[in-house]
Design a protein around this ligand. Structure first.
Ligand code: G6P
Length: 608
C-alpha cells in the first residue's frame, strides 16, 4: 500500500526520505519517487519498481535541498509506471503532491480543469490535486489547499510542496493515516510511524479533515474550517528493531515462530485467578444478555478468523453471529440496531473497508468492539471498546501470527460472554481456560515438526491446484490455509466444506490432485474419513492434519499425516493453522517467490 514520508529541516532531505520509504516497503508498492525543494524549484525523481531502482536513478544526479516529500505507490488508478508514480506536479511546476487514498470525484474535477486548459500527464486521481491547488492559488498556499480539500471527495493523506513557500510542507488527511514527527529544528510527516522512528519518537497524530502547516520548527494543525487545533504529543516507546528479521530468512517464518509468544502475550494478561478480565471493557452484563446479534466484520485473514469466531461465539455464548467481509457489509444496507454488537477484526487497524464498515455499523446504532493489533490505529481509536492482540509488528504481507492472536482474543470474548450469561459451568469454563493456556506450548510442538511439512512441500510445490477440505471449524480453518497458499505460492487453491465437495467440485479431482484435509472436529471425524475416501478414490494425494491420538488411523488412508497435539476441538484452529502456514511458506520458498512481498498484494489496504 502507498507510503508517504516528508522532511523539513537542515539536513539533506534525500537520504532521510529514502530511509523512511524503506521502512514502509513492507506495506507493498510498485513504484516510488521523491520531490525536493531546491533553490526555488522542485527536483522530481521517480520510477517504477523497487526503491533500489529509484536509488540508482538518484545516484546519477546531484540533488541538494533540505525540504522534500517521498512516496511509495501501490497502483489503483493507472498502471504502475514512471509517469503514474508520485509525486505529481502542477502544470506550472510550482506544486508537488504525494497522496495515499482515492479521490472519488477526480473525474469531475479533471473535466473541469481540462475545460480551464490544464493538461494531464498521468492516469492517476492524485494529479487533480496538484492542478487544483494551482487553480486555487492566489498567493496563499494555506487558502489554496483548504479550497482544494473542500472540493475533493474520498480518502486522502497528502503532502504538498510549493516553490513560493520554500520553508513549509503542507499535509492533510481524511480516512488515510498520517502523522507528524517532531524533531529539533526539523520535522517530518509519515503515513506510518516506523518510517520516521530513526529520527524522532515524538509524534502528533492527525485526525480526519485536518491540515498541518509544517515548518522546521513548528507544526500548526487546523480543521477544514480554518480553526486551529491543539494536539498532545504522543511519545512512541516501541522499537524499530522489533520489526527486523532477527536471523530468520524471511519475516514470515520469523513471525510464525513468534506465534507461541504472541498468543501468550494476548491471553496471559487477560486471565487473572482463573477469570477472564477484558481490559477496560464498557460492555455490561445487561448488554450481553440483551444482545440479539453479533456482526463480525473484517477482510482477508482477519475475516477468516471471524468465520471461526462465528462458530465459537454461537457455541459458547449462544448469540447469533453473522460474519461478513467488510467491503460487502458496508454497501448492502445491513439490518442493525442498538441491540446488536459489531466486532471488527483488523491487524493493521487501518484497512479502509473495515474502518468504513465499522462506521456504518456505528451510524446504525450498534456498539463496536475492535480486535486490533496496531495501537492507536484508526479502527482502535474509533471503536467503543478495543481488545488489542499483542502480536507485535507483523511485517510479512501474508498474515500469520495476527490470525492466531485474533482467534485467541475471540475465544476470550466468547468465553467471557458465555460465562457472563451464565451458560458455562465452572468445570467447562475452567477446562476451556486451561486448554487456551496450553495453546502456546502446542504451537511450539507443531513448529518442531516443521521438517515433515517442509519435506511434503518439497514434493508438491509444483502442484497446479490444491483443495483444502474440512467440516465445521475445520472448514473455517481450511479457508485460511487456502488463502495462505494462494497469497505466497501463486498456486490456485480452494477451500471446501468436506460434505459439499460431492455436490460439484469433486469433478475437479483427478489423478495427483493435492487435497489438504483437517480432522480436528471429533464429532465429524468419521464423516471426514468418508470424504477423504471419496477424493482418494479419484486419485487425490492427501495430506491430513490430525491429532496425535488419531495419527495411526488417519495414516491408513492419507499419503502424509501432520500431527498436532490432542487439543479440545473448539480450541484446535489456533494450533492447526500453523502447519498450514508452514506448508504455504515452504512451497513459496521452493518456488523462489518473494515470500514477504508477494506480487499484487499489500500489507495494509487503505483504499477501497
Ligand atoms: C490485506 C492483507 C491481508 C490482510 C487484510 C486485512 O489484504 O494482504 O493479509 O488479512 O489486508 O488486513 P487487516 O490489517 O485489516 O487485518
Amino acid at each position: 500500500m502507498c507510503g508517504i514520508v516528508g522532511y523539513i529541516g537542515k539536513e539533506n532531505a534525500t537520504p532521510i526520505l529514502i530511509d523512511g520509504l524503506k521502512k514502509l516497503e513492507y506495506r507493498g508498492y510498485d513504484s516510488a519517487g521523491i520531490a525536493i525543494l531546491n533553490n526555488g524549484s522542485i527536483d522530481l525523481v521517480k520510477s517504477k519498481g523497487r526503491l533500489s531502482v529509484l536509488e540508482e536513478k538518484l545516484s546519477g544526479v546531484n540533488i541538494g535541498g533540505t525540504i522534500g516529500i517521498g512516496h511509495t505507490r501501490w497502483a489503483t488508478h493507472g498502471e504502475p509506471n514512471d509517469v503514474n508514480s508520485h509525486p505529481h506536479m502542477s502544470r506550472n511546476g510550482k506544486f508537488a503532491v504525494v497522496h495515499n487514498g482515492i479521490i472519488e470525484n477526480y473525474l469531475q474535477i479533471k473535466e473541469f480543469l481540462i475545460g480551464k486548459g490544464y493538461e494531464f500527464r498521468s492516469e492517476t486521481d492524485t494529479e487533480v490535486v496538484a492542478h487544483l491547488i494551482e487553480y486555487h492559488y492566489k498567493g496563499d498556499l494555506k487558502e489554496a489547499v483548504f479550497k482544494t480539500l473542500n472540493e475533493v471527495e474520498g480518502a486522502y493523506a497528502l503532502g504538498v510542496l510549493s516553490t513560493d513557500n520554500p520553508d513549509m510542507i503542507v499535509a492533510a488527511k481524511k480516512d488515510s493515516p498520517l502523522v507528524v514527527g517532531l524533531g529539533k529544528d526539523e520535522n517530518y510527516i509519515a503515513s506510518d510511524i516506523p518510517a520516521i522512528l530513526n529520527y524522532t519518537r515524538d509524534i502528533l497524530i492527525l485526525e480526519d479533515k485536518e491540515v498541518v502547516l509544517l515548518t522546521k520548527d513548528k507544526a500548526e494543525i487546523y480543521n477544514l474550517l480554518g480553526e486551529k487545533q491543539q494536539r498532545k504529543v504522543f511519545h512512541v516507546d516501541w522499537d524499530v528493531s522489533a520489526a527486523e528479521k532477527g536471523g530468520y530468512e524471511h519475516f514470515m517464518i520469523k513471525e510464525i515462530f513468534e506465534e507461541p509468544a504472541s498468543v501468550k502475550a494476548t491471553l496471559s494478561p487477560r486471565i487473572k485467578d482463573n477469570e477472564i478480565v477484558l481490559d477496560k471493557f464498557t460492555i455490561t452484563d445487561e448488554m450481553i444478555k440483551n444482545c440479539e446479534k453479533i456482526h463480525i466484520i473484517a477482510c482477508g485473514t482477519a475475516y477468516h478468523a471471524g468465520v471461526v469466531g462465528k462458530y465459537i461465539i454461537e457455541k459458547l455464548a449462544r448469540i447469533p453471529v453473522e460474519t461478513e467481509v467488510a467491503s460487502e457489509f458496508r454497501y448492502r444496507d445491513p439490518i442493525i440496531n442498538d441491540k446488536h454488537l459489531t466486532i471488527v477484526l483488523s491487524q493493521s487497524g487501518e484497512t479502509i473497508d473495515t474502518l468504513m464498515a465499522m462506521r456504518e455499523a456505528k451510524r446504525k446504532g450498534s456498539r463496536t468492539l475492535a480486535i486490533v493489533n496496531v495501537v492507536g490505529s484508526s479502527i482502535a481509536r474509533e471503536a467503543d471498546d478495543v481488545l488489542y492482540t499483542w502480536a507485535g509488528p507483523e511485517i510479512a504481507v501474508a498474515s500469520t501470527k495476527a490470525y492466531n492472536t485474533q482467534l485467541s482474543a475471540l475465544y476470550l470474548v466468547a468465553l467471557s460472554f458465555g460465562r457472563r450469561k451464565g451458560l458455562l459451568s465452572d468445570e467447562e469454563y475452567n477446562n476451556y481456560l486451561n486448554q487456551l493456556q496450553q495453546v502456546p506450548d502446542m504451537i511450539s510442538k507443531v513448529l518442531n515438526e516443521r521438517e515433515d511439512i517442509q519435506k511434503f512441500a518439497s514434493e508438491h510445490f509444483n502442484a497446479r491446484s490444491v483443495f483444502y477440505i474440512g467440516r465445521g471449524l475445520d472448514y473455517a480453518l481450511s479457508m485460511e490455509g487456502s488463502l495462505k497458499l494462494k497469497e505466497i505460492s501463486y498456486i490456485h487453491s480452494e477451500a471446501y466444506a468436506g460434505g459439499e465437495l460431492k455436490h460439484g467440485t469433486i469433478a475437479l479431482i483427478e489423478d495427483g490432485t493435492l487435497v489438504i484435509c483437517s480432522l480436528t472436529q471429533e464429532q465429524l471425524f468419521e464423516k471426514m474419513i468418508g470424504n477423504i475416501r471419496e477424493v482418494k478414490a479419484r486419485g487425490a494425494v492427501v495430506m491430513a492434519i490430525a491429532y496425535e491420538k488419531n495419527a495411526a488411523e488417519v495414516a491408513k488412508i492419507a499419503d502424509s499425516v501432520i500431527t498436532i497435539p490432542d487439543a479440545d476441538p473448539t480450541i484446535a484452529p489456533i494450533v492447526a493453522v500453523t502447519p498450514m502456514q508452514l506448508f504455504a511458506y515452504y512451497v513459496s520458498v521452493m518456488k523462489g517467490n518473494d515470500v514477504d512481498k508477494p506480487r499484487n498484494l499489500a500489507k495494509s489496504v487503505t483504499v477501497e
